[in-house]
Design a protein around this ligand. Structure first.
Ligand code: NAD
Length: 254
């Protein structure tokens, strides 16, 4: 078991990549703290973990709210005493060229996707510093490295997450805290489904075009990203610091 006796906190684990990662981490022996804004979805993740014989706890919090995140981290520490791994996964999509979107739409994406990495890290890092141990995984995207049409706000957040990852790594390396980023390509989740339904007149044609853009010829699955997250969470990646890890079917370099 690669995460035996480890405590991990995954934000946005009520769906998609976060949920899949929660299942995998639990099957590798971790106690998984499942965070989500959506209580029903978060609880469902924990129920499944328990049905599969794993250990999980749901903590609702809005990753954009300092009070909410502070309370979540306090509750996690009260329950387990430590957080070994933080996976900053929660995120939302943003569609539109910048002249098409309102300042409110821009701020919403910035808030969830960047403030939502800053705040959980801000409250978890002091505990990791004290123990001189920790692994933080930040969810970026391959979009940070390539121009895609009408994704202005979303691209900006994922580029910022990558830069923040490197900055965090420099600040916390002396405390034996590793900070790395995941850069997935198109992974078929409710997030992508919603984006396709709301952004294209012909979602089926859009899916076909997404598939051909990846060298793999297909979109990825949440489990593909979960396995990369497992590597970054475990000691097997101990020589990876501030690194971007691509799980993109070759879309960036193809
Ligand atoms: P998803 O929509 O299936 O899951 C995201 C979860 O985050 C949801 O359960 C949602 O309730 C939760 N969430 C949203 N706002 C929150 C908040 N304020 N506080 C707490 N939880 C909140 O999406 P997904 O596809 O699994 O995406 C997960 C992450 O992966 C996101 O950061 C996304 O940007 C990133 N990503 C996804 C893809 C992809 O193709 N699916 C590609 C690259 C990066």
């Amino acid at each position: 078991m690669r995460l035996k006796n480890k405590v991990v906190l995954i934000t946005g684990a009520g769906s998609g990549i976060g949920r899949s990662t929660a299942f995998l981490f639990a099957s590798e022996g971790a106690a998984v703290i499942v965070n989500d804004l959506d209580e029903a979805k978060g609880r469902e993740t924990v129920e499944t973990i328990k049905e599969l014989g794993g250990s999980g706890l749901f903590l609702q919090a809005d990753v954009t709210s300092p009070e909410s995140v502070d309370a979540m981290v306090k509750a996690a520490i009260a329950e387990y005493g430590v957080i070994d791994v933080l996976f900053n996964n929660a995120g939302i999509s943003g569609v539109g060229a910048l002249h098409e979107i309102s300042p409110e739409q821009w701020d919403k994406v910035m808030n969830v996707n960047i403030r939502g990495v800053y705040l959980p890290s801000k409250y978890v890092v002091p505990h990791m510093m004290e123990r001189k141990s920790g692994s933080i995984i930040n969810m970026s995207s391959c979009i940070a490295e390539m121009g895609l049409a009408r994704r202005a706000s979303y691209s900006a957040t994922k580029g910022a997450v990558l830069a923040l990852t490197k900055s965090m790594q420099v600040d916390y390396a002396a405390y034996n805290i590793r900070v790395n980023a995941l850069l997935p390509g198109t992974i078929f989740t409710p997030f992508v489904e919603q984006y396709l339904q709301t952004s294209y007149d012909d979602p089926a044609a859009a899916i076909a075009s997404l598939k051909t853009r990846q060298l793999s010829g297909d979109t990825g699955k949440p489990e593909d990203v979960a396995h990369a997250a497992l590597f970054l969470a475990s000691d097997e990646s101990k020589f990876m610091m501030g690194s971007p890890l691509y799980i993109d079917g070759g879309v960036v370099f193809g």
